[in-house]
Design a binder for this molecule. Sequence first.
Ligand SMILES: Cc1cc2nc3c(=O)[nH]c(=O)nc-3n(C[C@H](O)[C@H](O)[C@H](O)COP(=O)(O)OP(=O)(O)OC[C@H]3O[C@@H](n4cnc5c(N)ncnc54)[C@H](O)[C@@H]3O)c2cc1C
Length: 412
Amino acid sequence: IPQDGSVIIEMARFKEVHEVDLINRTITVGPGVINLRITEHVNAEGYHYAPDPSSQKACTIGGNVAENSGGPHTLKYGVTVNHVLGLEMVLADGELVTLGANHFGLPGPDLLGLVTGSEGTFGIITKIICRLTANPEKAVTLLGIYKSVRDACESVSSIIGHGIIPAAMEMLDKIMISAVEKALKPGFPLDAEAVLIVELDGLSDGLEKEAQVVEKLLKESGATTVNRASDEVERAKIWRARKEAFGAIGQISPSYYVQDGVIPRSKLPEVLDEIAAIGKRHGLTVANVFHAGDGNLHPLILYDYEKPQEVEKAHAIGEEILSSCIRHGGTLSGEHGIGIEKAEWMSELYSANSLDNMQNVRVLFNPENLLNPGKIFPQPGRCAESKSGTPPQQILALNKPKMVASKSGIAL
Ligand SMILES: Cc1cc2nc3c(=O)[nH]c(=O)nc-3n(C[C@H](O)[C@H](O)[C@H](O)COP(=O)(O)OP(=O)(O)OC[C@H]3O[C@@H](n4cnc5c(N)ncnc54)[C@H](O)[C@@H]3O)c2cc1C
């Protein structure tokens, strides 16, 4: 959303695949390349791009770097910052800089890591070197079926507690199950309170043994049944239901407002109970489909946009959910970013000094705050009215507050 007086810079046409380097397992792309296209480009060679946001059919790699996006499989494989090796970026004054390289292990402070997740406030990314990951030899996809959301949450803790890190652990509650069954018919039981998708992958050797251990743990922690995808078709059906779940909500509600918060995964049962209670108190339904293994919640608040009272209630519920995440030791966003919507909330999470430090880093890249103004950081003036009431501090002026083009940089 552009702020007053802004211009929109559209990057969709930067959709070139510049280079595929299978020896170094990298692909260099323009920021407008759609996430899924990267995997499609190299899949026949036995590789993929690991971060797989549920929006991967539509979102761009530039947006992914700006948001440090994750996805179901980031539980095992990590988020965008773990899969970007280098980038080219235009600063606010038009200078072109390069960060990183086509290999890992550059010494010195990690400027590339700073840019990843800076939500377009540091520069305009024009090229990205992504790491390619070899496709796993085998994957086993299990579906735990539960009579209570709490039991499904217990399964998540139990599996991780036993030292097993699956490739993905994703949960859908009863409301989401009814929506995806109407839209996509994956075969999830309508009388279940929750289903938990657990995917294990890796070398064929040993995978079956691990799958049996996980199946046992799922049952011991409350799964009434554990199904297993018998082939690629069934596996794809399960994943389609997960990745297209937000869209399926259209089957049961005229509109939804999705929150994105993170909590320590051990707090899942109590926070999910609290979210249900918040929705009930305001008289709206809240559905849940989320990255359970990472404790990354996506409560979908169902409302009717033609009823102003419901719109107001949806906002109130969203705020209470965020408060709950922070109170339980969590944070404001797992992957959708802070943007404008949550900027004022940053002072709930960080001290004024921490926010000043972040602004000082931003100043190095974008001294006059020309790029994505209003995003991430609480606005001066408004910060004084922020929920914690912390007044803004003076932003320190650095001596030479500007990035310069890299001399030894990579030939991108
Ligand atoms: C249905 C649905 C499911 C989702 N699931 C996930 C999920 O599983 N995991 C996840 O992480 N996110 C998810 N998201 C959120 C979203 O898809 C991601 O944040 C994604 O990375 C945004 O990419 P985009 O191309 O849409 O970026 P945009 O929305 O266009 O931009 C996002 C931000 O990045 C900035 N930006 C974009 N391109 C550049 C560039 N070239 N240089 C500098 N800044 C730039 C923009 O200014 C903006 O601030 C989901 C969203 C939806 C709607």
